[in-house]
Design a protein around this ligand. Structure first.
Ligand SMILES: *Cc1c(COP(=O)(O)O)cnc(C)c1O
Length: 375
C-alpha cells in the first residue's frame, strides 16, 4: 500500500502528459513557453483572484511577496510554529523575525485570539515592527480568514496565505489562495495539486504588487532583460511543469471529491478510537494529509508499529514545531512556549491519503486500527 499514489493518477492522463511534454521538447521553449501563461490564467480564474504568478517552488512563492513588500531586519512576521520549515525560513532569509503564535487544537491552524494578544505584546515591547501575518492552511484546511483579516486591518498588517497544502479548498464560499494581500501555493508532487518536479504560484488582486513580483521572479528585471531595477531571484516555473499541471487540472475537482469521500470513511470508522479531524462549517478541506491524534506519544508509537507490521504506511507531520528547531535557536524559544503545538506534535500521525485509495484499502486500514484498540 502506498502513503501517496501518483502512478494511478499518471495512468489516467498518460497520453495527454506525454504529448504535452513532447510538444515542448519539439518546440524548444523550455522556459516561459505559452503553457505557463495559459496555466496562470486558469489558476487565477479557478481561485477567483485577479493575478497568478507561477514560480519555481512553494518556498519561492512565499519569498517573492515578502521581498516585494520589503520585509527586512527589524520586522516581525507572525506565523504558526506547527508547519513545514519553509513558512518561517523565508522570513529568516530576509533577516526579519518570525514571531510564533500557538494553534487551535481542533483545526491545527493559527489561533486568531492568541494572534491578537501577540501583536499587542510585540507592539508594547517596541523592539520589532509588526509587518505581516503568514497563516498556514494546514493539511488542506484554510485558516480562519474572517478573523485573521479583521485583526490584520486593525493593526495595519499584511497577510500572506501559506496555501502550499490547500490549493482548491473552500472557506465560506471563497477558494483558497484568495485570502489576504497575497497567497502562496506549492506544486511539489505530494501536494494536492502537484507537478513532476518543483513548482509553485503566488496569487494577488493587487496590480502593483503583481508587477513587482513579476520583476522579482526574473532577477528584478525592468522593461527589458538586461535592465535590472531591483534585486530578485531566478524563480520561474518550467514550461514542462506547466503542461503537467494543465493536464492534472482536468482531474482536480473530481480528486477533491474523492479525497473528501476517503476522509469521511475514515472519520466514520475511526472517531471512536482516535481524535479525527474536524472541518468547520462552510469549509471544505482538500486533505493534503489525513491526520489523527493518539492519546499520547507511547500510544502513537504503538499504533504506528501495529500498522507498519501490517504493511500500512503512516507518517508524522510534524514531529518538532518550528520554535524548537535548531535552525531557529537564535530566536530563543524553549519547550513550553507553545503548549498546543508541542502536545499535538507528540500525538499526531497521518494515514494514507490520495484520491485513488480503494475502499478495500480504507477498510483494511480502519480494521487494523480497530483491531489494535479492541484486541
Ligand atoms: C510544502 C510546503 C511549503 C514549501 O513548498 P515547496 O514547494 O516544497 O518549496 C511551504 N509551506 C508549507 C505549509 C508546505 O507544506
Amino acid at each position: 500500500m502506498n502513503f501517496i499514489d501518483l502512478q494511478t493518477q499518471y495512468k489516467l492522463i498518460e497520453s495527454e502528459i506525454n504529448s504535452g511534454i513532447k510538444k515542448i521538447l519539439d518546440s524548444g521553449t523550455y522556459i516561459m513557453g505559452s503553457e505557463v501563461a495559459q496555466l496562470e490564467k486558469l489558476l487565477a480564474q479557478y481561485s477567483g483572484v485577479k493575478h497568478c504568478l507561477t514560480c519555481s517552488s512553494g518556498t519561492d512563492a512565499l519569498l517573492i511577496p515578502l521581498m516585494a513588500w520589503g520585509i527586512t531586519s527589524g520586522d516581525a512576521v507572525f506565523s504558526s510554529p506547527f508547519t513545514f520549515i519553509a513558512t518561517s525560513e523565508v522570513v529568516r532569509i530576509l533577516g526579519a523575525t518570525p514571531v510564533f503564535v500557538d494553534i487551535e487544537p481542533d483545526t491545527f491552524n493559527i489561533s486568531p485570539g492568541k494572534l491578537r494578544e501577540k501583536i499587542i505584546e510585540v507592539k508594547k515591547e517596541g523592539k520589532l515592527n509588526p509587518k505581516a501575518i503568514i497563516p498556514v492552511d494546514l493539511f488542506g484546511l484554510t485558516a480562519d480568514y474572517n478573523e485573521i483579516e479583521k485583526i490584520a486591518k486593525e493593526f495595519g498588517l499584511l497577510v500572506l496565505e501559506d496555501a502550499a497544502q490547500s490549493f482548491g479548498a473552500d472557506y465560506k464560499g471563497k477558494k483558497s489562495c484568495s485570502f489576504g494581500d497575497a497567497a502562496a501555493t506549492s506544486f511539489y508532487p505530494a501536494k494536492p495539486l502537484g507537478c513532476y518536479g518543483d513548482g509553485g504560484a503566488v496569487f494577488t488582486n493587487n496590480d502593483e504588487l503583481f508587477d513587482i513580483m513579476q520583476s522579482i521572479r526574473v532577477h528584478g528585471q525592468g522593461h527589458d532583460k538586461y535592465n535590472n531595477v531591483r534585486v530578485g531571484i531566478n524563480g520561474r516555473l518550467d514550461t514542462i511543469q506547466a503542461a503537467v499541471l494543465l493536464a492534472k487540472m482536468k482531474l482536480f475537482d473530481n480528486e477533491i471529491v474523492l479525497r473528501n469521500k476517503a476522509a469521511n470513511k475514515y472519520n466514520l470508522q475511526l472517531g471512536e478510537y482516535l481524535t479525527v479531524p474536524q472541518i468547520p462549517n462552510s469549509c471544505q478541506s482538500v486533505w493534503a494529509q489525513y491526520s489523527v491524534l493518539a492519546d499520547d506519544e507511547q500510544q502513537r508509537a504503538n499504533v504506528q508499529k501495529y500498522l507498519a507490521d501490517n504493511k500500512i504506511p503512516t507518517a508524522i507531520y510534524y514531529p518538532k514545531p518550528l520554535h524548537l528547531q535548531e535552525a531557529f535557536k537564535d530566536l530563543n524559544y524553549s519547550t513550553g512556549d507553545f503548549p498546543v503545538s508541542e502536545n499535538l506534535a507528540s500525538r499526531i500521525f497521518s494515514l494514507p491519503m490520495h484520491p485513488y485509495l480503494k475502499d478495500e484499502e480504507i477498510e483494511l486500514i480502519c480494521s487494523k486500527i480497530i483491531e489494535y484498540f479492541t484486541q
